[in-house]
Design a protein around this ligand. Structure first.
Ligand code: PFF
Length: 449
């Protein structure tokens, strides 16, 4: 077994785990859900639910990972009993499969982001770039491949000189780009209308079960839960760190960037509307989210002239960076397992596993309809919550509470007297699995809201 890496500092972990959490889900998914769910009312519900539901599950993953200091399968085995070893293997393996499936479609979308960014870069120097921004199988293949090479190259370099180094470079850049874009878009005509929608909550919507459940699944995906990513990152945290505090910082960063992204995308949508671009259809519903990012915003950039080309470049660069810091965390799950299991170097394991997942992306690209939606739905609506419930089951019912306490006390000797310890264990035992189960039942269409 190869020597395990470790994050060199608290900050390094926070940046890497926030990098995983902050992705297309925050900058694309969140603002769109806000716009179609009562503006600020959704933001409010989302923040509450992230802390009530997602944070406890994030903590379950982090504590298992740091205790076991191993890949997801071995970590689950370490907290299982002799009778539950089989379930531990299924849970770890299923998480790994889910991470791989998510990467297989995420890389395709991320490839489109890079293509649009490259298109704007060519526009800037006056070279025609129609191929880069129009839909084609070849374009998807080429840019998914580019994105895989970037992801694999980072993961091949290991924890400190791969994940940590690149998260620490890319995350500050991402925050800077977002803030710069918000400031710029706010100065444009039409933006004020967007700000109004964002800041004036329509609280009558909070009581709609659809909104609450949308917010729940968004919180789950956004914190990268239910695939073992946070468990593997947790396994690289030093025993001297205070886990509940680290987890809370990551959750707060994730929320913070989602809220910032809303300040960017929603005013931008209204600037587009001001410029004659349609964002709501005749029935008053927001147009479909893929069109919003790849058609509406680009048509806004177009009417903005040369300032639009630069804005577009920065926007798609931002999207690509956000996607990259998330995709490395997905690939790390199967790579950690492969390098713990095989007698292969990390480099070899990364290229092998990454290559296999790329092959899956190729299959999806050639069968976009119906494979793309099938993989997205299976991975995010079924697998992630299922694996999430299984993680709760182990922490709440199978792993001995004393062992959990001892693990959490490392780096936090006062734990027993904290509010966290009074609430969290029973929360993971009863409340989280019950709510997630409900989510799952809904996604099966058994209850209809
Ligand atoms: N949290 C990422 C986002 O919001 O885009 C998505 C994600 C990353 C899901 C990593 C799962 C994962 F393992």
């Amino acid at each position: 077994m190869a020597a395990r890496g470790e994050f060199s500092s608290k900050m390094a972990f926070v940046l890497a785990a926030s990098g995983s959490a902050i992705g297309l889900g925050n900058i694309w998914g969140f603002p769109i859900k806000v716009a179609s769910n009562g503006g600020g009312a959704f933001v409010f519900t989302y923040i509450v639910l992230t802390f009530l539901l997602a944070y406890p599950i994030l903590m379950a993953e982090l504590v298992i990972g740091r205790y076991a200091k191993a890949d997801t399968v071995r970590s689950m085995l370490a907290v299982s009993s002799p009778k539950t070893r089989w379930l531990a293997m299924i849970t770890g393996g299923w998480g790994m499969l889910t991470a791989s499936l998510i990467l297989s479609f995420y890389a395709i979308v991320a490839g489109w982001m890079i293509a649009h960014g490259a298109g704007s870069a060519l526009d800037l120097v006056g070279i025609s770039s129609a191929w880069l921004t129009s839909d084609s199988t070849t374009r998807s293949l080429v840019f998914a491949a580019v994105f895989f090479v970037l992801t694999i190259s980072i993961i091949a370099n290991g924890v400190a000189s791969g994940i940590e180094k690149w998260s620490s470079r890319l995350m500050p850049m991402l925050i800077f780009l977002i803030v710069a874009l918000i400031i710029y878009i706010t100065t444009l005509e039409g933006a004020a209308e967007g700000w109004k929608v964002y800041l004036q909550p329509d609280f009558s919507k909070v009581t709609e079960p659809g909104l609450v459940l949308d917010a729940l699944s968004q919180a789950f995906f956004s914190l990268s839960l239910g695939v073992g990513t946070m468990m593997v990152y947790g396994s690289y945290i030093s025993k001297s760190e205070n886990l509940p505090r680290l987890g809370a910082t990551v959750a707060a960063m994730d929320i913070g960037i989602a809220v910032l992204a809303g300040m960017l995308v929603i005013p931008a949508m209204y600037v587009a509307q001001f410029n004659g671009v349609i964002i709501y259809d005749e029935s008053g519903k927001l147009i479909e989210s893929g069109r919003l990012i790849f058609n509406v915003l680009p048509s806004l950039f177009e009417v903005m002239g040369s300032a639009g080309i630069i804005t577009s470049l920065v926007f798609f660069l931002l999207m690509s960076i956000a996607a990259l810091t998330s995709s490395i965390s997905m690939l790390e799950v199967p790579v950690a397992f492969a390098s713990d299991s095989l007698n292969a170097t990390r480099k070899k394991a990364s290229w092998m596993v990454g290559g296999l997942i790329f092959a899956l992306s190729v299959v999806i690209i050639y069968n976009m309809n119906p494979l793309f939606d099938m993989v997205v739905n299976f991975a995010t609506q079924f697998s992630e919550p299922m694996v999430g419930i299984l993680f709760c089951l182990f922490v709440g019912w199978i792993w001995q509470r004393n062992a959990i306490l001892n693990e959490l006390k490392q780096g936090n000797p006062e734990l027993e007297r904290s509010l966290f310890w009074r609430i969290w264990p029973n929360y993971v035992r009863f409340v989280c699995p019950a709510i997630v189960l409900f989510l799952l039942i809904r996604s099966f269409g058994l209850v209809n809201f």
